[in-house]
Write a protein that binds this ligand. Structure first.
Ligand SMILES: [Zn+2]
Ligand SMILES: [Zn+2]
Length: 77
């Protein structure tokens, strides 16, 4: 019980005000510190992007947004 409380407190301290930069992956609906995102608002986490890379990118340089079909840079953000 004491250990549980201690862990919870540590987590809270670590999560202090970093929520601002968080994004929700439109694919798995989880919140991530980093997501690939399109200007239309579509976001996808690294895991989903990796899993869907075969369908979203054909050259490894750009990925196509499944929402608006726009090309986005893949690799430098
Ligand atoms: Zn995801
Ligand atoms: Zn888009």
């Amino acid at each position: 019980m004491v250990d549980e409380k201690h862990t919870l407190r540590q987590q809270k301290r670590r999560e202090k005000r970093i929520a601002k930069s968080r994004r929700q992956c439109h694919c798995c609906r989880q919140i991530f510190m980093f997501c690939w995102h399109c200007r239309c608002g579509f976001s996808m986490c690294q895991t989903c992007m990796h899993e869907n890379a075969w369908g979203l990118t054909c050259n490894g340089i750009t990925w196509t947004c499944p929402d608006c079909g726009d090309q986005n840079g893949y690799g430098n953000q």
